[in-house]
Structures are given as structure tokens and as C-alpha cells.
Unconditional design. Structure first.
Length: 735
């Protein structure tokens, strides 16, 4: 019997009910190693026990989906016999505790999820959330330091491995003051008939450990990620993994060479919960069992125990199920790359995971107990009381509203809109020589696929203010905006991956937010025809009992058949007519304008018509295919004024025009499903005919000029705009 059971259960985040469940299935008390495995595998991070109920409803199928949720990553058919493999995951808690290593190992983990599937990683994105970096006191200082560490960690790891960073998003809000978000996305390319899976099959086939040696770093990481932050975050530093990108590069190349052989049955990354998760998940997918000899695991520290060997989250490690008789070739291949490789077990048909240590049985668990019998919770939900209060808020009430020129001046220099080259210049966006655009040039990152002579567009988006005032609509809007950005690049959106960041699931109001957000994603993906092929859930994002804003980050991927038709968001030619597509309705709920000038995240969310959204996508895609467009940019944060200014700034040109609006403030409203496009002068008539036939609302709002911005009474010189937009963020980060 376990001594001090109560403290052990608390340390492993196992409830009394869950422990009793384990006892009933196991028929006895678990030992310390077994308890650790159960705690890690039944954690929120590994089991999705609070979220699985809602995730099951997502649309996951389409004729172009090659692999949906359930494997290391999802995959879509991109033509020519190739597939794009992609996924997004969180590394929130580790990045708050130790920003450089937390962010770096987040990149490393998602890279392994991709090349584990047999795909060569070619592109990264990131989605970041920090607290108030403009604060003059300790909060601002902390979050500027966190941002420096996180961006350096992302760049340091991705650059060394040699995978291009194509873009991302960074948003700042007080709700993240105690809990930042670091979400990492990777996409890879693979032959569609050479996708590998994380499973172990065939009695007698061998379990081979490859990669770095195992240490004590990362112990308890999965359990830590299933807990909130209090004031003792620094004490959790030992749970943060330490990464080595050069070893990762070697491991990636070794695995990709291995995939050209017929030596293996399956392969799994040792991510959260380390050897425990990889072995149990492989055995579960294969429908069998496994016998592991833990004293054969390569180690870099002395006197490691079976508990530590099973739960260490040391980085750059894989577990391979190799065909019997092929083990010498596998070990030799990894030895060529100066990586450890050791046979540590074999596949059985017992349905059990038998753990041996120096000839003695150190653990014996049924695979079904740990994986298939993990609890699925039906947590209470309750609509948050704050929603009624903020819905009735009038953004003009008691607020000192600026002139339109002053408003745009403020918006262009605020951290959310201002150019973030301080961050992205740390990333290599051209490595691999496949990037079509640099970061910020297009609404989506664009990469050339040599294998089939096509391009892929990818974008990650989520506006947490919309999710706070209306979680269902905000999540649907995130799907819409991610897809819209892909469409603005000229590509057709095909699928999404998600990273659902929420607060404490034990709070019924948080679970209501989660439930509603999942409904929004489900509805949007179904109507926009962008199924969910992979994803991640990160809960317990709270500090001192206060949860973050709901943040369901969405990454969309699309295909552009002709890479030469890639669209950017930069104005191209003086005199070109500029059009606004979509309907402007003077909606300010959840807008950046309201937050800055009324100092509140409140109001009623803008209307989201998913039919109109898809109509916008198709209109821009079709116009681009016919060669009618020179540039396209969606209208989102900061409204029409910010969108036109950014297009002018990106193109080093200007704009002059007038938009038909019911109120001058509508320049800054954030109504959905809108875009600004630049049309070639000689194609003006053809463009108007095509858009009119499509049923889209459109209006010519002006033309591209040599310099300066003049729109609806707003007048800013080019030099002033450039200073505000390009210099403000860097100046803030130098404080």
C-alpha cells in the first residue's frame, strides 16, 4: 500500500474518484511508478478528460483529408501524390516559468510531431499572448522580458533546425498578465503513401529508443501543464525541459532516412509524459501490449529510477517499433548520426505494459486502463455573469473619443497593430529557399512546394476580445479570419488545426466558455468547409484564481495551384483603383478601438454571416485566378483605416479615397467578412463585373498614390505613418 496516499494523489493531480476507478480496474494498489504513469496519462494535458466530450463533435472529414485527429498530426492531400502534415500545440506554462527553453522546446516538440509522421518540416508559425507590456511598472517589465525570452527561444530553435518561420500573431492583454500563451505550429510535406503512424504491432517486434539520453529534466511536465499558476512559478523550473536544436536536426534527418527503408512498423515522439505516453499510446493504437526493460534506456544522469525513466520529458527522443531482425540496421543508422539507439523492449499480445528493472517487474498495467479507460468528465457549465454587464456597455458612454486622425495615430503605434520586426527579425523566414513571401508581406505565409509545383498558404488567428464577449462567435470568427487570410493570399483554405487555450475547467463558467467555443468552431468549420484535422487543448491557464480570456487559436492551411499568383497585402502601383469588399455595419463590441479609447473589452460582438464569409473568400480567389488583383488584405483589427494604412506602408506608397460610412468612427469598426483589394487599372471593368455577379457588396473607395494617407478626413504623411508603424514597437521593447 502506498504511504501517505493523500499527498501522493495531490502531487500527481489524481482525484479520489479517479484513484478508486484505477483500483477497480487494476484490482490492487498501484506502486509508485504505476501511480506516476496513471497520473501523467490521466492528466488534462494527456487525456483531454475535460474537453473530449466537446471535441468529438468537430467536423473532421473531407475528400482531401488524408489523416484526421488521433495521430501525431493531421494531413491533407495537396495534389501530385503529396500531403501536407500539420498541427499546433501549446507550451504555455513552461514558457512563463523559463521563457527561452519553454518556447524553444515547444518548437522542438511540434517539429517532432510532424517528422514522426514521415514528413519533412518546411514551415513554422506561432501564436503568442502576453500581458500589458506598456505598463510602466513591474508587470510591463516582466512581460517585456518574457517576450524577449520567448521570441529568442522560438528563433534559436527553429533557425538551428532549419525550418522557416513564415508568420504568426502576437496580442497583448491584461488577462495574460499571470499566464502567457505560446502556441507553436509546424507543417511538413510527405508522399501521401508514405505517412507513418504511432503504433506498435506484431508480436516479437522490437521497441527501440532513439535520440538523446534521458535525464531528469521535464519530470512532472504533463502534470504541471494541468495546473494553474500561483506565486510559486519559479519553483516549477525543474519541470521545464531543456532543448538541443542541433540534436533535433540530427534526429530529424535520421528519422527521414529511416522512413526510406522498410525497417519499422511505427514511431512515436516522446513528448508530454515521455516514455510513458509514447509506449502506452503506441500499444493502444496497435491493440496489443509491450514489455520494456528500463535499465536499457540510455541515461545521462546516475541512479535514475523506473519512475523517472518513464516520466522524464527530456527532449529529442523517439520510440520506434521495428521489425524483428531489423534492429541492427536501425541502431546502425542512428549511430551514423551520433545518436543513441537501444533496443529496450518488444511487442506482446497481452494488452499490458510490463516494466522490468534489473530483472524484476517494476510495473504492470493494462494498456486499456491507462489509455482507453482514462476518465471523460462531464463538468458543470454556467453562463458567466459578466456577459450581461458587458453586453449593455455603450462604448461612447463617458469616453473621450478622439478625432479620426488621432485615433489612427494611436492605433498604428499600439503594440497589437504596430509592426513587430523586433520579434520576427529573430526568425529565419527564408531558410530552405521555399518561402514565397517574407513575414508580414501577405496575410498568410506562403511556401513553394517543389514536389508538386504548388504553393501552400498558412495563417494563425484568434481575437481573444471577441471570445471574451461571445465565446461561440469569437471562436467561429477565429476560424473565419484564419481562412480569410489564406484566401487573401490567393489560396483556397482546406483545413484547420486548433490550440484551445482556456482557464480552469473546474470553474463552470470556464467550461461554459469552452463548450460555446467548440460549438462555434464546429459550426464555422462545417459551413466554411475547413475540417479540423488535428489540435491541442491547454487548460488551467490561470493565475491566482483568475483565468485568461478564452483563446481558441486557429491555424488554417490552403493550396494555391499557381505559385506565381500569390497575393500580398502591399499596394503595387500608383493610380490603381482600390475596392472595399463586404459590409461595414458600425460594430465596435470587442474592438481594439473600444479597448483603447473606452478602456473596456465589452459590447455586443459583430454579426458573423458564414455564408457571406465564404462568398468573400471565393470572390477574392476567383478574381485572383483571373489575374484581376494586385493586392488583397482583410479588414480586421483597427478597421478600414488601419487596413489601408498597412497596405500603403507595406508597398511604400500612399492612398487617397473616401468610404461611404454612416459615422466617421466606422473607419475603425471591426465588422467581419471584409477585405480591401487593389485592382489593375486595365482590369477594373472585368473585376466589377465578376464581383457584381458573385453577389458580394463592393465599393471603389479610392486609388493608390505616391505617398501619404488621406481617407474620410484622416490625413497622415507617409513619414509620420512609417515612424508610428515601424518604430513604435521596437522603442517600447528597448525600455
Amino acid at each position: 500500500m502506498l504511504a501517505d496516499r493523500e499527498s501522493l494523489l495531490k502531487a500527481h493531480k489524481i482525484s479520489n474518484e479517479e484513484y478508486e476507478r484505477a483500483l477497480r480496474i487494476l484490482g490492487r494498489e498501484p506502486n509508485f511508478t504505476e501511480l506516476g504513469v496513471i497520473g501523467a496519462m490521466w492528466s488534462e494535458h494527456c487525456s483531454y478528460k475535460s474537453s473530449k466530450k466537446y471535441l468529438r463533435a468537430f467536423p473532421t472529414e473531407a475528400e482531401w483529408v488524408a489523416q484526421g485527429p488521433g495521430e501525431n498530426a493531421g494531413a491533407i492531400d495537396i495534389g501530385g501524390g503529396y500531403a501536407a502534415v500539420f498541427k499546433m500545440e501549446s507550451h504555455n506554462h513552461p514558457s512563463f516559468i523559463e521563457p527561452y527553453q519553454g518556447a524553444a522546446t515547444g518548437v522542438g516538440g511540434i517539429l517532432r510531431d510532424i517528422f514522426t509522421m514521415g514528413a519533412r518540416p518546411v514551415a513554422n508559425l506561432n501564436s503568442l499572448r502576453f500581458g500589458d507590456i506598456t505598463d510602466k511598472g513591474a508587470i510591463g517589465e516582466l512581460h517585456r522580458r518574457l517576450l524577449r525570452g520567448v521570441s529568442a527561444g522560438i528563433g534559436g530553435y527553429g533557425n538551428c533546425v532549419g525550418v522557416a518561420m513564415l508568420g504568426g500573431e502576437t496580442i497583448f492583454d491584461e488577462s495574460y498578465n499571470g499566464n502567457i500563451l505560446v502556441n507553436a505550429f509546424t507543417l511538413g510535406i510527405v508522399k501521401k503513401d508514405r505517412i507513418f503512424y504511432g503504433r506498435s504491432e506484431g508480436v516479437g517486434n522490437l521497441a527501440i529508443y532513439v535520440g538523446s539520453k534521458t535525464g531528469r529534466d521535464g519530470l512532472g511536465g504533463a502534470v504541471m501543464a494541468s495546473d494553474g499558476f500561483e506565486d510559486n512559478a519559479k519553483t516549477k523550473r525543474p519541470t521545464v525541459q531543456v532543448g538541443d536544436p542541433f540534436t533535433e536536426k540530427l534526429l530529424m534527418e535520421a528519422c527521414l532516412e529511416l522512413f526510406e527503408t522498410d525497417y519499422i512498423v511505427g514511431i512515436q515522439d516522446m513528448g508530454a509524459a515521455g516514455l510513458a505516453s509514447s509506449s502506452f499510446e503506441m500499444a493502444s493504437r496497435g491493440g496489443g501490449g509491450m514489455r520494456l526493460y528500463l535499465d536499457k534506456v540510455p541515461t545521462r544522469e546516475t541512479k535514475m529510477t523506473p519512475y523517472e525513466l518513464m516520466l522524464s520529458e527530456s527532449q529529442e527522443r523517439m520510440l520506434i517499433c521495428a521489425k524483428k531482425g531489423r534492429e541492427e540496421e536501425v541502431v546502425k543508422l542512428f549511430g551514423k548520426y551520433e545518436l543513441d539507439a537501444a533496443v529496450i523492449g518488444e511487442v506482446t499480445d497481452t494488452g499490458r505494459m510490463e516494466l522490468f528493472w534489473r530483472g524484476e517487474l517494476a510495473g504492470d498495467l493494462p494498456v486499456g486502463l491507462v489509455v482507453d479507460s482514462a476518465p471523460v468528465l462531464d463538468r458543470p457549465v454556467k453562463r458567466p455573469a459578466y456577459l450581461d454587464e458587458i453586453a449593455a456597455f455603450d462604448d461612447a458612454e463617458g469616453a473621450s473619443l478622439p478625432s479620426s486622425t488621432d485615433a489612427l495615430t494611436t492605433l498604428l503605434s499600439c503594440p497589437e497593430i504596430a509592426d513587430k520586426r523586433f520579434i520576427y527579425e529573430q526568425y529565419d523566414s527564408t531558410i530552405g529557399a521555399s518561402s514565397i513571401t517574407k513575414i508580414g508581406e501577405s496575410d498568410a505565409g506562403l511556401i513553394y512546394v517543389r514536389e508538386n509545383n504548388k504553393a501552400l498558404a498558412l495563417s494563425v488567428d484568434c481575437n481573444p476580445r471577441f471570445c471574451y464577449i461571445d465565446p461561440r462567435l469569437g471562436a467561429a470568427a477565429a476560424v473565419a479570419e484564419a481562412g480569410r487570410n489564406v484566401a487573401m493570399s490567393g489560396a483556397t483554405p482546406l483545413a484547420i488545426t486548433d490550440c484551445l487555450n482556456f482557464g480552469n475547467p473546474e470553474n463552470p463558467e470556464v467550461m461554459w466558455q469552452f463548450k460555446e467555443a467548440c460549438e462555434g468552431i464546429k459550426e464555422a468549420c462545417a459551413k466554411l468547409k475547413t475540417p479540423v484535422v488535428s489540435g491541442n487543448v491547454s487548460l488551467y491557464n490561470e493565475s491566482a484564481g483568475k483565468s485568461i480570456f478564452p483563446t481558441p487559436a486557429i491555424a488554417a492551411v490552403g493550396v494555391l495551384d499557381d505559385p506565381k499568383k500569390a497575393l500580398t497585402a502591399a499596394f503595387k502601383k500608383i493610380g490603381s483603383p482600390v475596392y472595399l469588399l463586404g459590409e461595414t455595419r458600425g460594430e465596435f463590441g470587442g474592438s481594439l478601438y473600444m479597448k483603447i479609447f473606452a478602456k473596456k473589452t465589452a459590447g455586443k460582438a459583430p454579426k458573423l454571416d458564414l455564408g457571406a464569409e465564404r462568398l468573400l473568400w471565393d470572390g477574392v480567389i476567383n478574381a485572383n485566378q483571373q489575374g484581376l488583383l494586385l493586392a488583397a488584405h482583410d479588414v480586421s483589427v483597427g478597421g478600414i483605416a488601419a487596413a489601408t494604412a498597412i497596405m500603403a506602408l507595406r508597398g511604400e506608397l500612399g492612398f487617397e479615397g473616401m468610404v461611404t460610412l454612416s459615422d466617421e468612427r466606422d473607419l475603425f469598426c471591426e465588422s467581419f467578412s471584409r477585405a480591401i483589394v487593389e485592382v489593375a487599372v486595365e482590369k477594373k471593368e472585368a473585376f466589377e463585373g465578376l464581383i457584381a455577379q458573385s453577389g458580394l457588396n463592393y465599393e471603389q473607395i479610392g486609388k493608390v498614390t505616391e505617398d501619404n494617407l488621406i481617407i474620410n478626413g484622416v490625413s497622415l504623411s507617409g513619414s509620420k505613418m512609417r515612424s508610428l508603424y515601424f518604430d513604435s514597437f521596437a522603442a517600447l521593447m528597448e525600455q
